[in-house]
Design a protein around this ligand. Structure first.
Ligand code: GLN
Length: 592
């Protein structure tokens, strides 16, 4: 097993996660099997309790792990399936050590950060690195470890110490440190400044870690004399210094690294040059080119609760992007704060209210994402009603699906106080109720989390077709409430069909409205499994419907099993149809 450790210096937010994922992607392109571990030095055991406001979205894995959103980047770039153990936190390590201490496993010894915590960290890394994440048998070749935070942070000290010991243990040729740093340009002199990087490398070395590669963020490529200076002061060979200069989007980062031969430097450090093949990024390059040249817009209104921090809906945005690129449309996301659509805003801030409605009405498609808490619920219901009545393509995810059912029960069935018991426990028409898989009285740990199977009830529906006429699909969940099974019949009789259910038939997974171009609601979160080259089926449906090419997409995804080239969209884009029903431009099927 070989290890690549990615650390960060100078400031946070340099794109360490994207850099680490891109390194993984490049090594994969060289024919190696790659896994990844993200270390978050905070005390929370996992991201489950963290506010998406502050930290960005909580990413959900197949095994139900609620993890840092960087793991989403790894899964998307490497097309891997990670587990909760791939996200290591201070909370998890301390919990494991304290549990052992309580059981008496330390035999009366004093339990300390060094060696007990540091040993536990090393054991964790070694154990998790050997678990395959690509669906194949046997351990991966390389594990990319990303250390969250910035060098010098107090809370990352035990991890640094552990990683220093670990690199010594696995020995030279098996451990490569990539330090991501910043080379600012001072506008007064226009000069690329190396001092911050020098300082952060010195900090790293003083903690016992010597960087092999420097990846410097800067607006432009580093000048030769700047590289020479960095090399001298940081003791890193010039050919091991790469610039991560500003690029139009993150898909360029692996290409940027490839162009500067970062993979060769890493392979050399890891003695893998003999095993690796020439990096093949043809497909990735082609898709990036398509992304860069998209012209025709598709406008999607995102009706969410928080719209300040776009990272709170990161995977939804990525899934929309993957689908748009596959349909050869330029994605434009219009953020609509749900509460701005509400009547109360019309009184308090009429301009804001009007602006929100104008955005919603100007959209080609409407998406209501998942959420918790009652702020903006009424606004989301209004947006859903608008989509339903005006034949605007609509996708409701989790809470978005639950509210679509509430809206339907209110408007079509005439149950005026229909609601989810999450928001109105005493409602006389509880169409969404608390339905835990375990105890009904205990709130803690009752979230339905991770991968669950949805069985299609009818094959002749849009979702089943988009999923390539699949009989069932496995998607990720994160919710407590669900559509009340006792109200299904009535709702279905009025035209909102539950076309996907769990194996018991009691849990509603997919709704579709009849006589509407595209009105789909899902209890699960399809965004978590969308990949650049394999867009999520239902997002593809939304974008295709919003761009007026749903029929072509349905036909294309319906023809599964044989991989065929099919024309979609406006007749120019071609994509391949794969088992999961996604029509996608994988670079070979696209027109260039
Ligand atoms: N709050 C809702 C529930 O718990 C929806 C959750 C979500 O959208 N992820 O069921």
């Amino acid at each position: 097993m070989k290890y690549v450790l990615v650390t960060g210096g100078v400031v946070s937010g340099l794109g360490k996660g994207v850099t680490a994922s891109s390194i993984g992607l490049l090594l994969q392109a060289c024919g190696l099997r790659v896994t990844s571990i993200k270390i978050d030095p905070y005390l929370n055991t996992d991201a489950g309790t963290m506010s998406p406001f502050e930290h960005g979205e909580v990413f959900v894995l197949d095994d139900g792990g609620e993890v840092d959103l960087d793991l989403g980047n790894y899964e998307r770039f490497l097309d891997s399936t990670l587990t909760r153990d791939n996200n290591l936190t201070t909370g998890k390590i301390y919990q494991a050590v304290i549990d052992k201490e309580r059981k008496g496993d330390y035999l009366g010894r004093t339990v300390q950060v060094v060696p007990h915590i540091t040993d536990a960290i090393q054991e964790w890394i070694e154990r998790v690195a050997n678990v395959p994440v690509d669906g194949k048998e046997g351990p991966p070749d390389v594990c990319v470890i990303e250390l969250g935070g910035t060098i010098g942070d107090i809370e990352s000290m035990p991890f640094i110490e552990a990683l220093g010991q670990f690199s010594y243990k696995v020995g030279p040729g098996n451990f490569c440190i990539v330090h991501v740093s910043l080379v600012p340009v001072l506008s007064v002199v226009g000069e690329q400044k190396t001092k911050p990087t020098q300082h952060s490398v010195r900090g790293l070395r003083s903690l016992g870690l010597t960087p092999n590669i420097l990846a410097c963020r800067s607006t432009k490529a580093l000048e030769d004399n700047v590289k020479t200076k960095l090399s001298q002061f940081c003791h890193v060979p010039e050919e091991n210094i790469v610039t991560l200069y500003d690029v139009p989007n993150i898909w360029h980062v692996p290409l940027l690294l490839r162009d500067q031969k970062a993979h060769e430097a890493i392979l050399k450090e890891l003695n893998l040059l003999g095993k690796a093949v020439e990096a093949d990024v043809t497909e990735w390059t082609a898709r990036t080119k398509v992304y860069d040249t998209l012209q025709e817009p598709v406008r999607i209104a995102m009706v969410g609760k928080y719209t300040g921090l776009t990272d709170s809906y990161l995977s939804v945005l990525k899934a929309l992007l993957h689908a748009s690129v596959a349909c050869h449309k330029k994605l434009v996301v219009d953020w609509v704060a749900a509460s701005d659509l509400e009547e109360i805003t019309a009184h308090e801030a009429p301009d804001v209210h009007k602006a929100a409605w104008d955005l919603l009405k100007g959209a080609d498609g409407i998406l209501v994402p998942g959420g918790f808490g009652d702020r903006g619920v009424q606004g989301k219901i209004l947006a859903t009603k608008y989509a339903r009545e005006n034949q605007v393509p609509f996708l409701g995810i989790c809470l978005g699906m639950q509210l679509a059912v509430v809206e339907f029960a209110r408007s079509i069935l005439g149950f005026e106080d229909a609601n989810s018991t999450e928001f109105e426990p005493e409602t006389s028409s509880p169409c969404v109720i608390f339905m835990p898989e375990g105890s009904t009285t205990h709130m803690g740990g009752t979230m339905r989390l991770g991968s669950r199977r949805t069985h299609f009830q009818v094959l002749d529906c849009k979702s089943a077709k988009l999923y390539g006429n699949a009989k069932f699909v496995d998607e990720r969940h994160r919710h407590r409430y669900e559509v009340n099974p006792d109200m299904i019949q009535e709702i279905e009789n009025a035209g909102l069909l539950f076309v996907g259910k769990d194996e018991t038939g009691r849990r509603m997974e997919i709704v579709e409205l009849q006589n509407h171009p595209y009105f789909v609601g899902v209890q699960f979160h399809p965004e978590f499994k969308s990949r650049p080259g394999k867009p999520s089926a239902l997002f593809l449906g939304l974008i295709a419907a919003a761009s007026g090419c749903l029929e072509a997409a349905l036909q294309a995804s319906g023809k599964v099993s044989k991989v065929s080239t099919t024309r979609v969209a406006n007749g120019t884009a071609t994509g391949k149809v794969y088992q999961n029903g996604s029509v996608y431009g994988n670079g070979n099927g696209l027109h260039h």
